[in-house]
Design a protein around this ligand. Sequence first.
Ligand SMILES: [Zn+2]
Ligand SMILES: [Zn+2]
Length: 273
Amino acid sequence: MIPRCRLFALSLAIAGLSVFASSAAAAPWINSSTGNPYHWARTANPFTVKLGNNMTSAWTTYLNETSLDWSRSGSLTDYVLDLNFTTTNPLRSTVVTGLTTGRKCRATTGRVEVCNAAYGNNGWLGVASIWASGDHITRSTVKLNDTYYGSNSSYNTPIWRKAVLCQEIGHAFGLDHQDTTGSNLHTCMDYASTPDDWNTRPNRYDYFTLETSYAHLDSTSTIAAATTSGRRGLHRVRDGLYVEDLGGGNRRFVWVVWAVPSVFHSAPDEGGA
Ligand SMILES: [Zn+2]
Ligand SMILES: [Zn+2]
C-alpha cells in the first residue's frame, strides 16, 4: 500500500535540519525559522485562492469537489455522523481556467495551478509544491501522476484519486499531515493505508488549523499578481520533503506521495518540461 504524499514543512536549512512537526490533531505547516505557519498573505477574511484547472475530465469532478470541501464554513458534520461541529474557516477556493498545461504545470504567482499527466514511473502519486517568501506562500503547483492511475491500477478509484488530490491541495493552503503512521484519522491529511470516503475530504482539525493559521490579517497580499518562474533544483530535506533555494529568502517546497515510501529518494523527477 502506498501512503499519499510525503512532504513536510521546513524552512531555513537546506541540509541537515530535520524539524518534524509531529502533531496529534491540528497540523499547520510551520516555518521552522519563525515558528509561524506558512500561509497565503491576504488583507481581509474570508479570502479566495484560485485553483487553476489544467486537469483532464477524469479529474475535474474531484477538483471541483475538493475545492468545495476546503471552502466549507459554518455547521458541518464530522466522520461520525452525530459529531457536528462549527468552523469559521476563512478560506475559499475557486476553480478557474488553468494558465499552463498538465505536463508542464508551470507555476503562476498568486495562485495554485492543478495538473495531471502521465509523468512516468517516478514513484509518486501526487506532488505539491509551495513557493514561500518568509511565512507567506506566493504560488503553488499540484500534480497528479496518471501513470499510477491506469485502468489496472488499484489507485484508479474515486476514493484514491480524491484523497490524494485533497491532500495535495491541503498542502497548497499551508497544511501538514495530521498523521503519517497509516492510521485512519478520517481526513485526507493522513496516510490511511486503506482510505475510505472520509479520507477524501478535510476533517474538523483541518478547518480549525485553517482558522488559526489565517486568523491574522496581513498588510499585503500574495493571492493576486501573476508572474511565472522556472526551476533551479531540489534538495532533499528528508524523504518526502524537498526544498529549492530561489535566493532572496524565497524558497520552494515540494511534497511527494511516493509509491514506494520506504526507499531513499534523493529528489522527485517532476516530469514534464
Ligand atoms: Zn502529503
Ligand atoms: Zn501573514
